[in-house]
Design a protein around this ligand. Structure first.
Ligand code: ADP
Ligand code: MG
Length: 318
């Protein structure tokens, strides 16, 4: 649905976006994750047709954002980082205004009512935007992006400045939108992106550092994998049983839960699956497994590795 190819943007001699390519599809929420200044807003402004690229192309449903701007823009709803504010309009009036601006042909009353309901702003339809909380104003921002029911929704840091409750509500709304749209949503908050997105594109210094399914991203940079276990039984027997399993490289004892129950961290070679072997070895040793969880490198470790050039020198895993 969205195809970004070899995007470059220079502001004078600052190369904000160096060579970015990725795609986004209907039915997924794509998280655009990167520290401040990484080039997220620049990229999103180009995708939405607000800013021209130095080179490279963006197509929306096959329409080029420059050559077929009208058709392409019809298919995009955009909430910029700093949304234009129409402080003196009521919510309803503003959405009607956007409806006309976008020359939407869907049945007006029904369409706007549906959007307001989805965004949870139907109860404040007649309030003036100036008087709304930041959380409600952001929802109105998302609502205007949905006017005309575009297949692509682009949201630039929609949770910045919201309180924790509002953040949770906004995340739920974004996740819900991902069912029927291609949603591209930027953030510099790792936990947020991993909670909401199906896929994460990590951007660092104007370049893509990773593009992976969310559940895979923590593992990709790591050569060693980790299995976390809670096992009942004599520690020496447990460690020797696990150590003998094919693929295991290191076993460490963690916290003791009680006299007989203890946590263990087991490192093993990438691309092997030791779970069944561990199960059999411990069953044979008469040590019941009470808990088993696969854990790669933590998402935080991965993010630092990808976005901090010197992290590996400081002892991060490669
Ligand atoms: P992000 O949204 O990830 O924080 P931006 O896309 O806003 O990053 O900025 C990327 C880089 O481009 C930064 O170094 C920023 O200072 C620079 N930049 C952004 N907009 C402009 C501009 N209008 N003129 C000059 N430099 C800019
Ligand atoms: Mg930004």
């Amino acid at each position: 649905m969205v195809e970004v190819k070899n995007l470059v943007k220079s502001y004078g001699n600052i190369d904000a976006v160096k060579n970015i390519s990725f795609t986004a599809n209907v039915g997924e929420v794509l998280g655009f994750l990167g520290p401040n200044g990484a080039g997220k807003s620049t990229t999103m402004n180009i995708i939405a047709g607000y800013l021209s690229a130095t080179s490279g192309t963006v197509t929306i449903d096959g329409y080029d954002i420059v050559d077929d701007a009208i058709e392409a823009k019809k298919r995009i709803g955009y909430l910029p980082e700093l949304p234009p504010v129409y402080q003196d309009m009521t919510v309803k009036k503003y959405l009607n205004f956007m409806y006309e601006l976008k020359k939407v042909t869907l049945p007006r009353e029904e369409h706007l009512a549906e959007i307001m309901k989805l965004c949870g702003i139907d109860a404040i339809a007649d309030r003036v935007i100036r008087n709304l909380s930041k959380g409600y104003r952001q929802r109105v921002g998302v609502a205007q992006a949905l006017v005309g029911n575009p297949p692509v929704i682009i949201l630039d840091e929609p949770t910045v400045g919201l309180d924790p409750k509002q953040i949770i509500e906004m995340r739920a709304l974004i996740k819900n939108l991902g069912k029927k749209h291609a949603v591209i949503f930027s953030s510099h908050v790792l936990s947020e992106v991993s909670a909401v997105c199906d896929r994460i594109v990590v951007i660092s210094q104007g370049q893509i550092a990773a593009d992976e399914a969310t559940d895979k991203i923590a593992y990709m940079k790591s050569n060693e994998m980790r299995l976390l276990l809670t096992v009942e039984g004599n520690s020496a027997s447990v460690i020797s049983a696990i150590s003998a399993v094919d693929g295991v490289t290191k076993v460490r004892r963690g916290d003791r839960q009680s006299d007989e129950i203890c946590d263990y961290s087991v490192e093993y070679k990438k691309d092997t699956d030791i779970r069944r072997g561990v199960f059999r070895a411990l069953a044979k040793a008469g040590c019941p497994i009470l808990q088993m969880r696969d854990a790669g490198m933590s998402l935080e470790e991965m993010f630092l590795t990808l976005t901090t050039p010197t992290y590996q020198d400081k002892g991060g895993k490669n």
